[in-house]
Design a protein around this ligand. Sequence first.
Ligand SMILES: Cc1cc2nc3c(=O)[nH]c(=O)nc-3n(C[C@H](O)[C@H](O)[C@H](O)COP(=O)(O)O)c2cc1C
Length: 172
Amino acid sequence: MTVTDPLALRRTLGQFPTGVCIMTARLGDELLGMTMSSFNSLSLDPPLVLFSIDRKARGLPAWEAVESYAVHVLAENQQALSNRFARPGAKWQGVDYRPGHGGAPLLPGAAAVFECDAHARCDGGDHVLFLGRVRRFASHPERPPLVFAQGRYASLHQGEAAPSLWPLDIHY
Ligand SMILES: Cc1cc2nc3c(=O)[nH]c(=O)nc-3n(C[C@H](O)[C@H](O)[C@H](O)COP(=O)(O)O)c2cc1C
């Protein structure tokens, strides 16, 4: 198939499973929050992560202005929170949080949290690529992460919990 069919390309990219994150930040009095599956690890030394934001996102100018943010890797019981932060409107109404690094609001219940400083931004076509430098992190391995694949949420643990396959003897 050629790349002239963006829907087919998107569907095919959806064959690559990801987790689901909510990025949060504070800009002055405004709280920012956005659901994102484009999160990934980039570098251990220095500790860098990446994600990309659609140029059509209303919040993009605010995200380009923040100096720090928190990345929440959602647990599989946080689908409703994922949907809430994927829609415009009152994302924060009634949501519990506490302030973290740089004032970024920290949401409870995530499988992992990375608190980052904004490190760099690059052109990413119809998205803007953000690189973050990890300053603090927290892990909750007892909370299975939410998975996103083929355009829908999925569970890592169907039936019996699979044994951990990490660390793998490969470099990627
Ligand atoms: C599972 C999932 C993953 C998403 N991943 C991204 C992403 O990586 N980048 C992005 O720009 N939008 C992504 N979105 C869409 C945004 O969450 C949504 O458009 C955004 O919250 C709207 O923000 P706005 O109010 O600033 O326009 C995703 C939505 C869902 C449900």
